[in-house]
Ligand binder design. Structure first.
Ligand SMILES: Cc1cc2nc3c(=O)[nH]c(=O)nc-3n(C[C@H](O)[C@H](O)[C@H](O)COP(=O)(O)OP(=O)(O)OC[C@H]3O[C@@H](n4cnc5c(N)ncnc54)[C@H](O)[C@@H]3O)c2cc1C
Length: 450
């Protein structure tokens, strides 16, 4: 039996920063994480002689307080890296985020004219029409960008990435997970100058120049060092413990049960995937809440982590691909990762998938190697070793109408006054690391200061 003022469920970056905040506010804290190491999606994976991330995970400095805290615990292990990323499409390399001149040189003049006309019409419509916004992602994209640009870029892109047609995704998906297309801003700027477009909102903004933060061992350093600093501040860190039951009475959580331990306490912050949290409740949640939780689904991700006998494969931190089975390839050595042996590099090849499908099983390796060769990155013979890294909860899927299921679950959970559910999985949303950490801090403050 272990007891604390604040018990944090899940040791991803959200849970870690929640623990850090609770500790700073003077609470006695315990944190329970099912993985052997900390970091969740942002954890590093030591495979063979090298470290691999689940996608190249780089820290943004947008939240000054969080960045300062991370920089402090990382000390000399933190390195600064200028953002350099590309999009590879139809044999051409574009900057990511897209720049205006990329669009002008990359799109055939007739298509460009159609896209501009469509964009102009969409802008005029949104300016003068009181029509409500569409509820699915297809109508939201067409409202924003017009039919030609939707058909030219967004329809296929969204379908391939998510394995779902935009019609089956919610309009909210576009609001929260918009591809960063600064080129569209450029086009809209032109229309704005002609008085056609109205001022743009923040979600379309994209930073072309940014300093990112990383380490010579990849993403693993930040959560590891944050965990170590928590431990020295007296936080009880329980790793390798899977939560299987969460006991409650009418309006509060009473204890959390893992395979080996029972954790009690005053307040609880859960960063577990929302459906998992609901299914752990004991007594069980009402059937309508369980049904709603089952409707909240996630898109899994398989990483093909490759050690390549070549000094470098690409001239960027990562590149997005439109025409391949993988949608993004990262080369963390270009961000300063140390790779063993010398003269070798590693590639992080990302494929969205379904649990148990051929991508998940690792059966797509040959197809991936062929794609990497076609893109000029490396040849199949250059492969020294490969590993698979899985995430069953990489991306929440905003299926059409998901909000009512989310509201049903969160309304029910709000009856537990000493529980907050937060973070990427617990709030069913799309934060970067710093935003997930901010969510953890806010959840703790709302419990301790209420
Ligand atoms: C491919 C990819 C690349 C990304 N790249 C970046 C990037 O470059 N920069 C950036 O800022 N953000 C990036 N992100 C976003 C970022 O990784 C996440 O938003 C952030 O790490 C979420 O943290 P979290 O703690 O909220 O969730 P998670 O990391 O998912 O943490 C939840 C934790 O709960 C634990 N858990 C679950 N169930 C149980 C249980 N039953 N018992 C005990 N523990 C349990 C999990 O093991 C996990 O550690 C990326 C995301 C993806 C998918």
């Amino acid at each position: 039996m272990s007891s604390a003022d604040v018990t944090i469920l899940g040791g991803g970056v959200c849970g870690l920063y929640a623990a850090h905040t609770a500790c700073r506010l003077g609470a006695h804290v315990q944190l329970v994480e099912k993985g052997k190491s900390l970091g969740g999606l942002a954890a590093g994976h030591r495979l063979g002689e090298n470290w691999y991330d689940l996608g190249v995970h780089m820290l943004h400095a947008f939240d000054a307080e969080i960045f300062q805290d991370c920089a402090e615990v990382m000390g000399e292990e933190r390195i600064e890296v200028p953002l350099k990323s590309h999009i590879q499409w139809q044999g051409k390399t574009y900057h990511y985020p897209l720049r205006g001149r990329d669009i002008l040189s990359g799109i055939a003049p007739l298509t460009l004219a159609r896209c501009l006309l469509g964009l102009g019409i969409a802008e005029l419509r949104s300016r003068f029409s009181a029509k409500p916004h569409g509820t699915d992602a297809e109508s939201a994209l067409i409202e924003l960008y017009g039919v030609p640009l939707y058909e030219f870029f967004f329809e296929d892109f969204t379908h391939r990435y998510w394995g779902r047609h935009p019609r089956s995704l919610d309009a909210e998906f576009i609001r929260r997970k918009m591809p960063r297309l600064s080129a569209v801003d450029v086009l809209k700027n032109g229309l704005e100058k002609l008085g056609i477009a109205k001022p743009r909102d923040a979600r379309e903004g994209a930073m072309r120049f940014e300093t990112l933060h990383y380490s010579r061992t990849g993403a693993e350093a930040m959560p590891r060092l944050l965990g170590e600093s928590l431990q020295s501040a007296g936080v009880t860190m329980l790793t390798g413990e899977t939560i299987i039951e969460i006991h409650h009475d009418e309006n509060s959580i009473t204890e959390v049960v893992t395979g080996n331990k029972i954790l009690t306490g005053t307040d609880f912050v859960s960063t577990l995937p929302l459906p998992d949290l609901v299914h752990c409740l004991h007594p069980a949640a009402p059937p309508d809440v369980l049904d709603a939780a089952n409707q909240l689904r996630f898109k899994p991700l398989t990483i093909y982590a490759l050690l390549i006998r070549k000094d470098r494969c690409m001239d960027a931190l990562y590149t997005y691909y439109r025409d391949q089975v993988f949608h993004r390839v990262g080369e963390p050595k270009n961000a300063g990762l140390e790779v063993t042996p010398a003269g070798h590099t590693t590639l992080i090849v990302e494929t969205t998938c379904e649990i148990g499908d051929r991508y998940w099983q690792g059966d797509a390796l040959d197809e991936i190697l062929t794609g990497l060769s076609l893109e000029g990155l490396c040849e199949p013979d250059d492969l020294v070793e490969h590993h698979l890294i899985h995430s069953a909860h990489a991306y929440p899927i905003f299926a059409h109408g998901f909000q009512k299921h989310l509201a049903c679950v969160t309304d029910y959970l709000s009856c537990f006054k000493n529980l907050r559910t937060t973070g990427r999985q617990g709030a069913f949303t799309y934060p970067n690391m710093h935003s997930a950490m901010r969510m953890g801090a806010e959840a703790v403050k709302s419990l301790l200061q209420s």
